[in-house]
Design a protein around this ligand. Structure first.
Ligand SMILES: [Zn+2]
Length: 92
């Protein structure tokens, strides 16, 4: 771990988000279980995932940083902004 980044709340329900940098999935072409980086909501089923196999030539830190940026770039529902945009004020 290189310091937990601040993930904004889920853009759909305002729930807390969690990062999984070793999310397993089954490659539809090879049938092998591979890994990807996923950020998902703990409350609803919203998720954004990027498969490392699709990003050959890039190191995982780059992919992870991009997934985090994409998640955080998404719109936060009106009225939920206070949960996430103040930065550092969240207790849980
Ligand atoms: Zn959600």
């Amino acid at each position: 771990m290189t310091g937990a980044p601040l993930l904004l709340a889920c853009p759909f329900c305002g729930g807390a988000a969690e990062l999984d940098t070793l999310r397993p999935y089954r490659n539809i072409s090879t049938g092998n279980v591979e890994r990807g980086c996923a950020i998902y909501c703990l409350e609803c089923s919203a998720e954004h995932m990027e498969c490392y196999a699709d990003r050959r030539g890039e190191d995982r830190e780059t992919v992870i940083a991009e997934v985090e940026e994409r998640w955080n770039r998404r719109t936060t529902p009106a009225g939920r902004a206070a949960l996430s945009t103040t930065g550092g004020g969240n207790e849980e």
